[in-house]
Structures are given as C-alpha cells and as structure tokens.
Design a protein around this ligand. Structure first.
Ligand SMILES: [Zn+2]
Length: 63
C-alpha cells in the first residue's frame, strides 16, 4: 500500500516578502506569523483539489 506522492504535503521554507522573516509552509504555500503576509494560493507547488474531490462535498456521496 503506497500513498500517492502528490497527496503528501512537503514542508517548504521561504523568506517573507513583506518582512523578511523565515516562513515555513506546505507545498509552497505560506502564511507569515510575524506580519500576516500570505502568498497567492496559485503559487503552490501542486494543484489544489477541487470541491468535487473533497469527501465532504455534498455531491460526492449519495448516501
Ligand atoms: Zn512577514
């Protein structure tokens, strides 16, 4: 049993573009705890799951 690599978030680190603090995030998505800066969701390393892929999506189950 192997988990798909694409679904395992990777911890990444960058420098906050607003205040310069080191910021850690997952898959290239960051939120700075010092100044509140966040990068755009589209800068992440992988595609975000769609609403239909969410197990809680109302249309994903009929039961
Ligand atoms: Zn910052």
């Amino acid at each position: 049993m192997t988990a798909p690599a694409a679904q395992t978030p990777e911890i990444t680190t960058t420098e906050c573009r607003a205040c310069g603090a080191a910021v850690s995030g997952l898959d290239g998505r960051y939120a700075c705890g010092v100044c509140g800066w966040v990068n755009a969701w589209s800068e992440g390393h992988g595609a975000l799951p769609t609403a239909e892929q969410d197990p809680d999506h109302p249309g994903s189950t009929t039961a």
